[in-house]
Design a protein around this ligand. Structure first.
Ligand SMILES: [Zn+2]
Length: 435
């Protein structure tokens, strides 16, 4: 890693800037590409110029930056994009759940396995039993994998603790990972991921556990300032819209942003709730209703629209009946983001390149729309669109150099790893194949 304060990336066939803010409608495909001899300069971790090499060198000169203060990085005729942002993961957990694959093959549904005390609850048992060091080692292993696929910022949810102490522990560990770097980590409190084992079997299990989340867990999370948003698994047989509204309304009162797992498998009114309360994002949406689409479209014009965060890998892995209707959403002007949903039960895929490929080949986004979905729109889904997700002056110098000379190739080579170099805050933090 160079310790020079400046970085000049040059010789790019395309620089995808994604500049100009959150994308909706036809703009989702306008990702601001500089073609031919493109360059990007960063100084002290921030972007200071994007354009032709001549323009960028002139800007560095105007700033009075000496040549020896700038590390030069040759993009070798490849594409340069903003660092990818994964806006939905469950990174901190213990154990694996491959046995569920065969259960599902024999006809047991994802929600049936959960109702029988498996699924998420198996991960809860294993996570609670794991010491901090085991959870951290696992999370470091998979965050390194995410980085190698071009991710520079990742949202990380708690939700495998399901008690005040355990949820706080997972969020503390997320904070520790953030300190270790290099990824920026956005921590989300997901105490309402499933009804905790201690409450199961009661007639009022979901209601009683939700009261515990709202009255005991949430205030402690807010007081410690260790999460920036609050999430809930709003789904048939898990938490209904009424309970989710109570939780997210209270979370907003306590200064957290709202986001939710909405209409993943069934249309429950999750998207409508997201629009009603001004959630940062509504996630999954495979079962969204027409009313849900209309509600998100109605909120899409605001400065802070609710982003539809789509997670096609988990829909594929669970063999869900529907992928989210991404084309309809884009036509309705709803900003669309895409993430991996990395977790041990429904998306054991720490690979943002794969998410990009699925966005194109399952959700029918164009390559440009998919790249916008995993950069500026993913930043907006996390409330980071002012600082992350595009290559614009003043933003964090997070970028990826690709082994491809057109952005249209990124979702084309299925399963291939095309990441050559990852830059975080102006420094090279990962190098893949360099040939
Ligand atoms: Zn999730």
């Amino acid at each position: 890693m160079s310790d020079r304060p400046g970085l000049l990336v040059h010789n790019a066939a395309e620089v995808v800037t994604a500049s100009g803010g959150v994308r909706r409608g036809a703009d989702q495909a306008e990702i601001g590409i500089v073609y031919g001899d493109g360059a990007v300069a960063a100084y002290e971790g921030r972007i200071v110029a994007v354009g032709s090499l001549e323009e960028v060198e002139r800007r560095l000169g105007e700033m009075g930056v000496a040549a020896h203060a700038v590390a030069r990085l040759d993009a070798r005729g490849g594409v340069v994009t903003p660092g990818l942002i994964d806006p939905h993961t469950h990174l901190i957990f213990a154990g694996t759940r491959q046995a569920e694959v065969e259960l599902r093959q024999r006809g047991h549904g994802y929600l049936d396995i959960l109702a029988a005390g498996g699924g998420i609850l198996q991960t809860v048992r294993e996570t609670r039993a794991a010491p901090d060091e085991v959870l951290l080692a696992n999370a470091r292993r998979w965050s390194a994998e995410m980085l190698s696929h071009g991710v520079t910022t990742v949202e990380v949810k708690s939700g495998y603790g399901l008690s005040t102490d355990e949820e706080l522990r997972l969020l503390r560990l997320a904070g520790q990972l953030a300190e270790e770097g290099p990824l920026d980590i956005v921590p989300t409190f997901l105490g309402a991921h499933a009804v905790a084992p201690e409450f199961r079997g009661r007639a009022d299990a979901a209601v009683a556990y939700m009261a515990n989340v709202i009255d005991e867990q949430l205030p402690r999370v807010a007081e410690q300032g260790i999460a920036t948003s609050c999430d809930v698994f709003c789904e048939r047989g898990v938490f209904d819209v009424e309970m989710s509204r109570r939780l997210l309304t209270r979370a907003k009162e306590l200064g957290l942003q709202a986001r939710l797992h909405a209409d993943q498998l069934n249309a429950t009114g999750g998207a409508e709730l997201a629009a009603e309360i001004g959630a940062l994002s509504a996630d999954h949406l495979g079962g969204i209703s027409e009313a849900g689409i209309a509600a998100l479209a109605g909120a899409a014009g605001s400065d802070r629209p609710t982003v539809a965060t789509l997670l096609p890998i988990s829909a594929f892995y669970l063999d869900e009946p529907h992928y989210a209707p991404a084309r309809t959403m884009i036509e309705a002007g709803i900003p669309v983001a895409v993430g991996t949903d990395f977790n041990p039960g429904s998306s054991p895929a720490p690979n943002a390149e794969l998410a990009l490929q699925f966005a194109v080949h399952r959700l029918r986004l164009t390559a440009s729309e998919a790249i916008g979905a995993m950069t500026i729109n993913a930043a907006a889904a996390l409330g980071l669109e002012q600082t992350h997700g595009s290559l614009e002056d003043g933003k964090h110098a997070d970028l990826v150099l690709w082994e491809a000379d057109s952005h249209t190739l990124l979702p084309y080579w299925l399963g291939a790893d095309l990441v050559r170099t990852v830059v975080k805050r102006g420094h090279v933090v990962y190098e893949g194949r360099q040939d």
